[in-house]
Write a protein that binds this ligand. Structure first.
Ligand code: CP
Length: 310
């Protein structure tokens, strides 16, 4: 029987049941409890990273191989996009030869949506300008493994409202009783479009979402504190004074005083001394490296979902 080819550009494309199933499957992979059935045997998975990546590229490459697929891998310097071929034509080509394409374009999501519209290939968004959905799935996998649930968790996110924060907001607000509190520097918060979508999810699910541009009056209790690199994918910012604007949002040991049981999450790579101190990142409450490993386990769940093998 031919396997399905479902694309994942955003967690919004997953039904509530599928979102929970992908997270649960990631947890099973991470616990070594998923049967090794090699459901992607015979598949060729293309892994196309137009931008640098350590975790996501390795997670999908290792994950695809562990599921029985074979790989074709392209780094930032490999394709004719560098000599002027359009991303659209590149996608049309790859779709004719591959079963799944995992792509980090760093470009507007609508470009990747054109690839996905081909239907003869499953396209996975490994990070566009707007969203980093496979990061959010690894984050939820980590929370589910740690707390045994996502429902009802209270998460404080501090730092840039980047594509990691966007994906986190879109995914967490699908779970009843979640409270997501974002503290982002003014001018560097969630985009209005992402925020509106996350608020709509929260209204439907019974979650709550708040975003403020200062660090006063933090929540009395949280289960997890999350931050992300200030210079997402190594890019700098247009406003000269951005470091001063970001400084109050650094995650320090002092932030933990009211939250002694809270875990620390970071999508990595980290810049110790910028968004987080070394004491926190390397401290006992940090699950950042477990979270990074979960990128592979949740990538396997995503690939299985794409091929209808979950
Ligand atoms: N968190 C994350 O996406 O890491 P990489 O950029 O190394 O893939």
């Amino acid at each position: 029987m031919a396997l399905q080819k479902r694309s994942l550009l955003s967690t919004d494309e997953l039904t509530d049941a599928d979102l929970r199933a992908v997270v649960a499957r990631g947890v099973r992979h991470s616990a070594g409890q998923a049967a090794r059935t090699l459901p992607l045997t015979g598949d060729v998975v293309g892994v196309y990273f137009r931008m640098t990546s350590t975790r996501t590229r390795t997670a999908f490459s290792a994950g695809a191989l562990r599921l029985g697929a074979q790989l074709v891998s392209y780094g930032p310097d490999d394709l004719q996009t560098n000599t002027g071929e359009s991303l659209a034509d590149t996608g049309r080509m790859l779709g004719r030869m591959l079963d799944v394409v995992v792509a980090r374009t760093g470009r507007p999501q609508r470009e990747l949506a054109r690839w996905a519209a081909q239907k003869d290939v499953a396209v996975v968004n490994a990070m566009t300008a707007e969203e980093h959905p496979t990061q959010a799935l690894a984050d939820l996998t980590t929370l589910q493994a740690r707390f045994g649930r996502v429902e009802g968790l209270r998460v404080l996110y501090t730092g840039e409202g980047n594509n990691t924060a966007a994906a986190l907001a879109l995914a967490l607000t699908r779970f009843r009783g979640v409270h997501l509190e974002l503290r982002t520097p003014a001018g560097h918060g969630l985009s209005p479009q992402i925020r509106a979508r996350a608020e709509a999810h929260a209204r439907r699910s019974g979650a709550t979402l708040a975003e403020r541009h200062h660090m006063d009056g933090l929540p009395a209790e949280v289960d997890a504190v999350y931050t992300s690199r200030w210079q997402t994918t190594g890019t700098s910012k247009a406003d000269q004074g951005w470091r001063a604007a970001f400084a109050p949002f650094q995650v320090t040991a002092g932030l933990w005083e009211p939250y002694p049981k809270a875990v620390f999450l970071h999508d990595l790579p980290a810049h110790r001394g910028e968004e987080v101190t070394a004491e926190v990142l390397d401290g006992p409450m940090s699950v950042a490296f477990e979270q990074a490993e979960n990128k592979m386990h949740s990538a396997m769940a995503v690939l299985e979902w794409c091929r209808g093998a979950l």
